[in-house]
Write a protein that binds this ligand. Structure first.
Ligand code: ATP
Ligand code: MG
Length: 776
């Protein structure tokens, strides 16, 4: 298990080697374009720190921006240094890292160790509930205020360190206790002041509710994290080597967190790419001795894809000019194609996936295709078309597995077991399956809990045990099954039961399958999700998140060679650790709940794309750091790219660049001349980012679907490091494809004219333009 591979240096180029072998005590920045091996270098560097410098893996923190990226990094690391070492490295998103440290040092900042992470969905529910009493007040003043708007204001305020009072107006400032609801109705507030005061008050109540629930929302994780590292510097003895991937994407709080964790004299490596300026500029003054390494060779994409991508980004004036080159051959030119409508675009993509699989002679399969969207809402047409073609697909970061109703129910039960203070979970499940406990009764339970300063669960338990007078209509009988379920599970959890066993027991106790059957026609697919949750819970790898004291696996690892630096790291055991046994700090159940709340994509669910041969649909944001042999970017249109709501056009351009540079071998961009928006068909035009490229004929793009030559297939094979297809295989697949397809699917030109026949060309009123409308 301790065997460590030394292969991690093999094949690295000179600049990559320099970055990997950089002295551990000098801060380093990697400035590099996409696909130049930043993530590869980062994982290799961790291997290097551990093997050559004998740095204890527990003192290494590696941060990435998405769970998907973190998982990928974990897998790459396991290949380099094995599971034993990898499991000791603190690796995850900023949120996960904070949750980990906050859990360990909860008492230092005055929160309960068993705090629950309140996910965005739950936060929204809480805010919606708190907003309700203000609806009349807002209506009277003709002001609309949605919970999502409040949430984003609260979120912004939190990350800027603003309190509810800071947000509210002068009235509230003068007397924070007075509420806009009780204030004189004939005040003369401007709408913006009305909003400010309501947001301020909802924010205040929201904070109170979270506090009462012993719960932290996503922003809190970062904000409390900053507080923890700032006010208790000894905490970051647990993190001596910080490595940050996608550094250019850190926001202000994350950057603060980084500086506190790394400390001015600490050892750290940050990774960054061209395109960003502000953070980069800032960091060079915060970390004066920082050295820089430039990676300029792209290993991911064909030259054709790289050239087109660079042409898109090089119009960005704020970009640090940087040459990026590749040793790969040119390959098929990226495609730019227009379609009459989003349905046509979507079905052409579906057709092309099948055609290209055949054309590649089986070198490609579904999982090699990604469709990257500027926004989630664009996925509907695409999903429909893939469905119609019978193409298996999955939406990354779409409807999250853990947001599904049935999954939420079960998780909420387990949250009540772990943290009975977490009111949202209690409210969610007290009446699941139906126990005829109505909203009024729940309100009464909550009111009593508030009055007695106990948890709502405690109230129900006391009623059940006859220690509190019953509520009318009687709760005792109705709630008894609830109390019994929780007690059974609590006992199991205290005895250290695994999350899988707890979930299984829970489902059995509440007869959840019966419940689903009774209430949902689609109970079978819901039951699939339930089973998937049980699978996930059973397979959940429990890694004690922070090594603590004598039980630490780090002790088995032994001390490092740079002992002067690392000597005291193991002695750093907080007082509270000697009182609370590790099993209570971080039970398998708690670790599982935390992981489920922090998962932002479909990982763990049965849609986990790694497990299946499926086409991926993802937003361009979620695709950062990932790569696919074939990438489609539909809707490269004005108003989409850049988004009509975008504040920073250059940021949008970089996003398109990120999307393009995900492609290894084939890149398709497309736009529609009309698109359905808010229920009406609107005319639509090519994105301004593409017009120059599509007009001037530099041969960077092609405008029809590519016919692969043998050379192209050879180039694809090289880029993808796959075996090229045999002639026999290619012929067989092409023949099969021809047999199955209509002629229109085979020849794109034919498809075009067929599409034309479905549409009649109509002039746009008042313009010289035309649009195509489906003929009846
Ligand atoms: P992004 O900016 O998209 O996050 P990145 O800079 O992190 O990209 P990686 O994902 O690390 O790039 O690498 C891109 C691809 O190039 C990967 O498939 C990686 O394995 C490959 N690669 C990187 N360096 C080398 C190398 N020296 N030799 C061969 N392949 C390499
Ligand atoms: Mg990367």
């Amino acid at each position: 298990d301790m065997k460590v591979s030394v292969d991690y240096l093999k094949g690295l180029n000179a600049a990559q080697l320099e970055a990997v072998q950089h002295p551990p005590h000098i801060p380093l920045q990697i400035l590099a374009g996409p696909g130049s091996g930043k993530t590869k270098v980062l994982t290799s560097r961790i291997a290097h720190l551990v093997t050559v410098h004998s740095i204890p893996p527990t003192s290494i923190c590696a941060v990435t921006f998405t769970n998907k990226a973190a998982n990928e990094m974990r897998e790459r690391l396991e290949k380099l240094v094995g599971n034993h070492v990898t499991s000791q490295i603190k690796l995850g998103t900023f949120h996960a890292l904070c949750a980990m440290f906050l859990r360990k040092h909860a008492t230092l900042i005055g929160i309960g160790r068993n705090f629950t992470v309140c996910d965005a969905d739950e936060s929204k529910r809480v805010v919606a509930k708190l907003l309700k009493p203000y609806s009349d007040y807002l209506e009277e003043r003709n002001v609309t205020l949605k919970e999502t708007a409040i949430m984003s204001r609260i979120s912004k305020a939190k990350t800027k360190g603003l309190t509810p009072v800071d947000l509210a107006d002068a009235h509230l400032k003068a007397d924070p206790k007075s509420s806009v609801l009780t204030r004189n109705k004939v005040d003369t507030l401007e709408p913006s002041q009305v909003i400010a005061s309501v947001v301020g008050e909802v924010y205040q109540r929201y904070e109170k509710e979270l506090k009462r629930s012993n719960s932290l929302d996503f922003d809190d994780l970062l904000v409390y994290g900053v507080r923890l590292f700032r006010d208790h510097p000894h905490v970051n003895k647990w993190c001596r080597h910080l490595l940050v991937d996608e550094f250019q994407d850190t926001n202000v709080v994350q950057y603060q967190l980084m500086t506190y964790i790394a400390g001015a004299s600490r050892l750290w490596v940050a990774f960054s790419r061209n395109g960003e300026l502000s953070t980069h500029a800032k960091s060079s003054t915060d970390f004066p001795s920082t050295q820089q390494v430039y990676l300029e060779q792209n290993y991911r994409s064909t030259a054709a894809i790289l050239s087109a991508s660079v042409a898109i980004i090089s119009q960005d004036k704020s970009r640090i000019p940087k040459t990026l080159h590749t040793s790969h051959s040119n390959g098929p030119l990226p495609v730019l194609h227009s379609f009459p409508s989003e349905q046509d675009e979507a079905s052409a993509i579906a057709t092309e996936v099948k055609r290209m699989i055949a054309h590649s002679g089986g070198m490609l399969s579904y999982k090699d295709f990604a469709i990257l969207l500027r926004m989630n809402s664009l996925s509907r047409a695409i999903e429909g078309a893939l469905q119609a073609e019978g193409i298996p697909h999955t939406v990354l970061g779409g409807h999250r597995f853990f947001e599904r109703m049935e999954v939420k129910d079960l998780v909420a039960y387990l949250q009540v077991v772990d943290n009975p203070q977490f009111v949202p979970a209690f409210v969610r499940v007290i009446n699941v399956p139906s126990r005829a406990i109505g909203d009024k009764t729940v309100a009464e339970i909550l009111a009593r809990a508030e009055k007695l300063q106990v948890t709502p669960l405690e109230v129900v338990e006391r009623i059940h045990d006859g220690k509190l007078p019953d509520i009318k209509p009687p709760v005792k009988r109705k709630a008894s099954s609830f109390v019994e379920v929780i007690r059974v599970l609590r006992k199991m959890a205290v005895e250290g039961a695994k999350p899988g066993a707890l979930a299984t027991k829970l489902i059995e106790l509440i007869e959840y399958q019966e419940h689903l059957k009774k209430h949902h026609d689609d109970w079978e697919s819901r039951w699939d999700n339930v089973e998937e949750l049980v699978n996930f819970a059973s397979e959940f790898r429990y890694v004690p998140t922070v090594a603590s004291g004598a039980n630490s696996p780090a002790v088995a690892w032994g001390k490092g060679q740079d002992t002067a630096e690392e000597d005291d790291w193991m002695d750093d055991v907080d007082d509270e650790d000697t009182i609370v046994p590790p099993s209570e700090i971080d039970t398998p159940l708690r670790a599982f709940l935390q992981a489920s709340m922090l998962s932002t994509d479909t990982e763990g669910g049965k849609d986990d794309p790694a497990q299946h041969d499926r086409v991926i649909i993802a937003t361009c944001h979620a695709a950062k750091g990932l790569e696919w042999p074939v990438v489609f970017i539909p809707a490269v249109e004005k108003g989409v790219f850049p988004s009509s709501r975008a504040e920073d056009i250059e940021e949008e351009r970089r996003l398109l660049y990120v999307a393009c540079t995900r492609a290894q071998g084939l890149l398709y961009m497309s736009y529609c001349t009309s698109r359905m928006a808010a229920g009406t068909v609107k005319r639509s035009i090519l994105s301004e980012f593409m017009t120059a490229l599509s007009e001037d004929d530099e041969g960077l793009l092609q405008h029809c679907m590519p016919e692969l030559t043998d050379d192209d297939r050879q180039i694809l094979a090289t880029v993808l490091r796959r075996a090229p297809p045999s002639d026999a295989m290619l012929q067989q697949l092409l023949n099969e494809y021809r047999m199955r397809s209509k002629p229109s699917e085979w020849s794109f030109a034919a498809a075009e004219s067929e599409i034309d026949s479905f549409y009649s060309v109509k002039p746009f009123p008042g313009t010289g333009n035309t649009f195509r409308e489906r003929s009846q």
